[in-house]
Design a binder for this molecule. Sequence first.
Ligand code: NDP
Length: 328
Amino acid sequence: MFQALQLRQNPEGATVAEIVSLDEAQLPDGEVLVGVACSTVNYKDALAITGASPVVRKFPMVPGIDFAGTVLDSRDSRYKPGDAVLLNGWGVGENHWGGLAQKARVKADWLVPMPRGMDARQAMAIGTAGYTAMLCVMALQERGLSPGAGPVLVTGANGGVGSIAIALLARLGFEVHASTGRMAESAHLRQLGAAEVIDRASLSVPGKPLQKERWAGAVDSVGSHTLANICASLKYGGTVAACGLAQGLDFPASVAPFILRGITLAGVDSVQAPMARRLTAWERLARELPADLMEANTETISLEAVAALAPRLLAGQVRGRVRVMLPA
Ligand code: NDP
């Protein structure tokens, strides 16, 4: 038997999260059984656990869209017991039991071998949010963005994606401007590498279709008016990598900056990203992020504390990343 956080729906349709004991035989199908060392709480996990959005369509569900651990058993020749692995996305924690449990059984195709020089704790200080931040950085670089082009904006700066995007971009030599609703956390954002911190209120309200050219690029985890204002404020030929919806799913923008300034809106998805891209992202994360900086950006909690933390994360009260340690 092993411990898991499990979600069920009560007769009123509300999501209930509770710690349960499960048997290995109850785990879903998959070629690889993993002993989970750590998982994390991402924005999507918080939506699933609180039921704030219909992330989970099939109950009961073990949430947790990412995890890191050790292979216990494998029917796939690529993995053997003792191998260190990690996983992000593929619907795990949404429609296949996920990482907020001591054990998970998954498809071999979904696993990423632990990058050299990284352990499970370090990997989950990064988690899906950090891996998505790297996919955003890759999207900007693939479109030719370099530090000489001008400052780069990161929104949702104190969140998981935002905080790690700041650290990555600063280490690549970019002048990073961080947009946040928590100006009191400016010192932390500067420690991560932000050169300037701006109040998100200046971006979150409706703005003009074309505004002063301020940024050569941007990583946006917020969406809505913020993304529209970023587009309107990009320098000629600039790119914004859009991955999130913390402000809203809407995108009330105009085509003006696209047709008059040649800007690019690059969408970023982490869930179905091809394996080659994942491997590149994780190799780069292991090489480019200082582990001590990520540790300072991470709060560590137990499985029992996850349900209470989820609403705080949705309310924007959590700084950086949340790592969940599973009992050994
Ligand atoms: P977090 O909750 O850690 O961070 C979100 C941050 O957004 C908050 O910390 C806050 O930063 C800011 N924010 C919150 N509410 C608002 C608001 N109403 N208006 C403007 N800013 C707001 O989440 P993550 O970093 O894990 O995820 C961020 C977004 O990216 C989410 O929407 C998530 O679903 C999405 N995402 C998408 C992925 C993909 O594959 N496309 C993968 C991973 C995440 P501050 O206090 O600094 O303003």
